[in-house]
Design a protein around this ligand. Structure first.
Ligand SMILES: C[S@@+](CC[C@H](N)C(=O)[O-])C[C@H]1O[C@@H](n2cnc3c(N)ncnc32)[C@H](O)[C@@H]1O
Length: 239
């Protein structure tokens, strides 16, 4: 059973992933996967090497929560709190700065939970690592609002779900938060940085620093798209 310091304190805070989330951008609602199901594929036990966790910590400052983890992975991630299979991170409330590398067998509900908690303001920033599944709906929902780094080299994961190789798939890191410049500076060492889709590439507009929506039509110095995002940014900055 996985609990880092303080993890058990969260047991009463078991909120559904979408609870309290606003609908500022489309959420991943349904991909035919039960968000409450605990998945147990051995291929899910692929842990992140320390060099990449270090970069995420460099961007976030500190990792408050790793919602999909294990005791072994925590030796490297060292999050303030973590959830494992038994505690089921999909049924918990997420808070603070999040590192996410979730089970590879079913990423969609984790993307939904991440966006819901971010949009509600409970998660202030996140770095999330996925296989680069550009044909998946969840990938595009995240790519619409999050900055990303397309890794130049495949990651050599460790743990009981790996055989020491670096697999057949490429990886991508996503960033949600109000400091994409920091993410870009740190992760450009790993791969190509891509802005949230549509916003810059198509409209030429900068994205809202909170939700990623295009700032088209707003003042040149605007950084947020709405009063809700302004307040959300203010709350994060002052907490
Ligand atoms: C890909 S590994 C990554 C582990 C760690 N986050 C890291 O970056 O090294 C995904 C982990 O999520 C765990 N897991 C699977 N289902 C889970 C659930 N419902 N809640 C929390 N953790 C879960 C798996 O057991 C596995 O240890």
């Amino acid at each position: 059973m996985g609990t880092a310091k303080g993890a058990r304190r969260t047991s009463s805070a078991a909120a559904g992933a979408g609870a309290g989330a606003s609908s500022r951008v489309p959420l991943v609602r349904s991909h035919g996967t039960d968000a409450g199901r605990v998945i147990g594929k051995s291929s899910d036990e692929c842990y992140t090497p320390a060099e990449f966790v270090r970069l995420a910590r460099d961007v976030l400052g500190v990792i408050d929560l790793d919602p999909a983890s294990s005791a072994q992975a925590q030796a490297v991630v060292r999050a303030g709190r973590y959830f494992d299979k038994e505690r089921n991170g999909l049924k918990r409330k997420w808070r603070g700065r999040v590192w996410l590398n979730c089970p590879y067998s079913a990423p969609a509900p984790w993307v939904g939970a991440l966006l819901a908690h971010y949009q509600s303001g409970a998660v202030s920033a996140a770095v999330a690592l996925f296989n680069s599944r550009t044909g998946s709906r969840w990938f595009h929902e995240l790519a619409g609002v999050a900055w990303r780094c397309e890794a130049r080299k495949r990651i050599r994961f460790y743990g009981p779900g790996t055989s020491g190789g670096n697999g057949m798939l490429d990886q991508v890191f996503f960033y949600l938060g109000d400091n994409p410049a920091r993410f870009s500076a740190v992760f450009s060492a790993v791969g190509r940085i891509v802005a949230p889709s549509v916003t810059q590439a198509v409209t030429g507009a900068r994205p809202c620093v909170v939700c990623g929506r295009a700032l088209a039509g707003l003042r040149r110095d605007a950084e947020t798209c709405s009063s809700r995002c302004r307040q959300s940014r203010y709350r994060r900055g002052s907490s």
